[in-house]
Design a protein around this ligand. Structure first.
Ligand SMILES: Cc1cc2nc3c(=O)[nH]c(=O)nc-3n(C[C@H](O)[C@H](O)[C@H](O)COP(=O)(O)OP(=O)(O)OC[C@H]3O[C@@H](n4cnc5c(N)ncnc54)[C@H](O)[C@@H]3O)c2cc1C
Ligand SMILES: *[C@@H]1O[C@H](CO)[C@@H](O)[C@H](O)[C@H]1NC(C)=O
Ligand SMILES: *[C@@H]1O[C@H](CO)[C@@H](O)[C@H](O)[C@H]1NC(C)=O
Ligand SMILES: *[C@@H]1O[C@H](CO)[C@@H](O)[C@H](O)[C@H]1NC(C)=O
Ligand SMILES: *[C@@H]1O[C@H](CO)[C@@H](O)[C@H](O)[C@H]1NC(C)=O
Ligand SMILES: *[C@@H]1O[C@H](CO)[C@@H](O)[C@H](O)[C@H]1NC(C)=O
Ligand SMILES: *[C@@H]1O[C@H](CO)[C@@H](O)[C@H](O)[C@H]1NC(C)=O
Ligand SMILES: *[C@@H]1O[C@H](CO)[C@@H](O)[C@H](O)[C@H]1NC(C)=O
Ligand SMILES: *[C@@H]1O[C@H](CO)[C@@H](O)[C@H](O)[C@H]1NC(C)=O
Length: 598
């Protein structure tokens, strides 16, 4: 039943989308391999924005090279509830694995990154969160460029966004602040469009503990502290995923005669055609072929290959740490020691409590009748439980600042949040089966790296996300767990949840009168922490002339002509939010910066 429906749906969309799209799978089919003004490497979140905006000028020719396949007609990339099926180890994932993580019991993770048109925006969990105003004000301070301040970036959030009605068409007054949203942008954003039975319980818990878990009308206003009451914001339009590919590469844009999109095109390196000249040549291979192909850009090459692959391409092109390049026998083009350094990511963990509701994700993974009904409804009119994203509530919270333990962390490391109105953690319930609360550490102190594998430099890089390698993060996660337990202590849960499950019971039981035993919390964190795949920072923005960093505030690679980087890799500090909205804003502003320089 399920498969039959999926197949039927694919045929329908195939018939409606085939007519106008000009996506090329083979370089030979491109009208020409010459005459491009810009070549964009990576058709992901940032790359699709640039491809769209730069081709608004009909005289500018753009080639967009994407290693992965097309996103079109893939049900797992359309149905919001199927986002967990998009990665890992699918055709839409790079299938990276981290190196052994010493801070978390030597575990490794599959490290997910979109390998498909739309990049990670085609496979992510769709939460739409911009981070705090103070994140951008810090960026503008660190990069010494007022253009990255919150005030200057807000118009770019709005330029990206088309805020639309939720899937169920419900009345949304009082559920968001219309003043902060864009109504005429490209990428669809909507409030949750289906309510679960857990939502009312979460709202009640918030009201019972309102001083610590206050309601926030709209966490995308620049002042995110608080929680929404069941109407989280996601990149969902008409009940389906809105990605950089479905939006910025929609048929109406793809048909532009000056835009050329080639999929299955894996870029190996960039180089100057004339030694010492500007970077103008891009070398790639196509799926299943050995032969390399060179293409040339008359203006610029723009790397948008994501936080893992952008440094991988740079280092393979001789742009990186000179001593590392020497060991790898790669000819030095530019010594930039910060390439691949300072990788930041958000560590997360989950606590679970027994609950037997039937409107949960677990219910739909085990109850095939229920799942088939939900899919039939989605296929019919893109409504129902499958039209919803990861969670209906999102909270952005600070740690308990009156606690001496929190004050001690601040004394030692400073407040790692970008300012007093920015969060330390994200807390959200997860309608998994049991009742789950997820906490995400938004202000990590640890840093990791991306390096080439000396045994296979062009192959998958060595990805180190460095979780808990700074003791600060161990201390911060302890406080995050206390905050989670505090939420779970609201009276409403006593009647509606069963016993704490697994390690959460051990943590609670460790309190035999003298408070929770922090060594039990640490053990739980090391054993269960996972990544939310928010890699950032490996080609960081820094002031012009700074000794560290990879790109200047105009996103030009330092000391190299003709080359820019756009994407999550340019943040010198990871934003205190899920990263897609920040990346969209950076890419929109980058488009204007590039246009204005010609
Ligand atoms: C599983 C998952 C869940 C997430 N959930 C959320 C969420 O709910 N909300 C949120 O805001 N953020 C989320 N994120 C993070 C967010 O999606 C990313 O931070 C953001 O999309 C990154 O944008 P980017 O442009 O830097 O890179 P990407 O969007 O990853 O784009 C990089 C593109 O370059 C291509 N590429 C790479 N190397 C090459 C090469 N050598 N040649 C050619 N092409 C290449 C890739 O295939 C890809 O298409 C999630 C990420 C993942 C992976
Ligand atoms: C990731 O693994 C899947 C499943 O094995 C495979 O189909 C896909 O091609 C792999 N991705 C890459 C980039 O190799
Ligand atoms: C992790 O590996 C290192 C090096 O092999 C070892 O010394 C350490 O004891 C290991 N840690 C754990 C928790 O297994
Ligand atoms: C670099 O070249 C040296 C000398 O030719 C060789 O011994 C070494 O294995 C090479 N290293 C790599 C990573 O290819
Ligand atoms: C890492 O980032 C910090 C700023 O957060 C900077 O001071 C430092 O120089 C960077 N290190 C490298 C190797 O780039
Ligand atoms: C499975 O789902 C169907 C449809 O929602 C429902 O009628 C049935 O009771 C469910 N079965 C179980 C065991 O929960
Ligand atoms: C969508 O379809 C379902 C049945 O599949 C129906 O119950 C529901 O009313 C429809 N909703 C809208 C808005 O058409
Ligand atoms: C915050 O810390 C103070 C000081 O330790 C304590 O009295 C208070 O109960 C804490 N608040 C919460 C919600 O845990
Ligand atoms: C859930 O169902 C199981 C099995 O019937 C039962 O043991 C458990 O107490 C129930 N939990 C709750 C929270 O009702």
């Amino acid at each position: 039943m399920l498969l039959v429906l999926a197949g039927f749906f694919s045929i329908l969309t195939l018939l409606t989308t085939r007519a106008t799209a000009t996506l090329y799978s083979n370089a030979e089919d491109l009208p020409s391999l010459a005459g491009f003004d810009y070549i964009i490497v990576g058709g992901g979140t940032a790359g699709c924005v640039l491809a769209n905006r730069l081709t608004e000028d009909a005289n500018v020719r753009v080639l967009l090279l994407e290693a992965g396949p097309s996103n079109r007609n893939v049900l797992d990339l359309m149905v919001p509830a199927f986002s967990s099926k998009a990665t890992p180890n699918t055709p839409w994932d790079w299938n990276f694995t981290t190196i052994v993580q010493s801070g978390i019991n030597n575990r490794t993770f599959p490290y997910q990154q979109g390998h498909v048109l739309g990049g990670s925006s085609s496979v992510n969990s769709m939460l739409y969160t911009r981070a705090s105003a103070e994140d951008y004000d810090r960026l503008s301070r660190v990069a010494e460029d007022s253009g990255w301040s919150w005030e200057k970036v807000v118009p770019y959030f709005k330029k990206n966004e088309i805020f639309v009605a939720p899937a169920d068409g419900h009345q949304t007054n009082g559920q968001y602040d219309p003043a902060v949203h864009g109504l005429h942008g490209v990428n669809g954003v909507s409030l949750a469009g289906f309510s679960f039975s857990v939502d009312a319980l979460v709202t009640q818990a918030m009201s019972e503990l309102h001083d610590e878990f206050p309601f926030v009308l709209d966490y995308n206003s620049g002042k995110p502290l608080g929680m929404d009451e069941g109407w989280s914001q996601s990149t969902i339009r008409n009940g389906a995923r809105s990605s950089a590919a479905t939006s910025y590469l929609a048929d109406s844009y793809l048909k532009r005669a000056n835009l050329h999109v080639l999929i299955h095109a894996h870029v190996l390196r960039v180089s100057p055609e004339t030694t010492g000249g500007k970077i103008d040549k891009v070398t790639f291979t196509q799926l299943g072929r050995k032969k390399t192909i060179d293409v040339k850009a008359s203006r610029e090459v723009i790397l948008c290959a994501g936080t893992i692959n952008t440094p991988h391409i740079l280092i393979n092109s001789g742009i990186g740490d000179a001593s590392a390049l020497k060991v790898l026998n790669i000819t030095l083009v530019k010594d930039l020691p910060s390439v691949g350094r300072n990788l930041s990511d958000h560590a997360a963990l989950i606590g679970s409590w027994d609950r037997n509701a039937t409107d949960t994700l677990a219910h739909w993974t085990t109850n095939t009748t229920g799942a088939a009904e939900a899919l039939a409804q989605w296929t019919d009119n893109q409504t129902g439980p499958f039209a919803n994203g990861l969670t209906n509530q999102v909270g952005f919270l600070r740690l308990n600042e009156s606690s001496p333990d929190v004050q001690a962390i601040f004394e030692m490391y400073g407040d790692l949040a970008p300012g007093p109105s920015a969060p330390h953690i994200q807390l959200f319930p997860f309608n998994s089966g049991p009742f789950s609360l997820s906490v995400v550490l938004l202000t990590p102190h640890s840093r990791g790296s991306v390096q080439l594998n000396p045994a296979d430099p062009p192959g998958p890089p060595l990805v180190d996300i460095g979780f808990y390698t700074s003791p600060a993060d161990v201390l911060l996660m302890r406080q995050a767990v206390l905050k989670m337990l505090r939420f779970a202590s609201a009276p409403v849960w006593k009647q509606n949840l069963g016993v704490p499950l697994g390690g959460i019971a051990d943590i609670i039981n460790s309190d035999v009168g003298a408070g929770i035993d922090m060594s039990v919390v640490d053990a739980y964190a090391r054993a269960t922490t996972f990544t939310v795949n928010h890699a950032a920072g490996t080609t960081a923005m820094s002031p012009r002339g700074a000794a560290w960093g990879v790109v200047d505030p105009d996103l030009r690679v330092k000391g190299v002509k003709g080359l820019r980087v756009v994407g999550a890799s340019v943040f010198p500090f990871i934003p205190t939010a899920n990263l897609q909205a920040p990346v969209y804003a950076v890419a929109e502003r980058a488009s204007d910066i590039i246009k204005s320089s010609y």
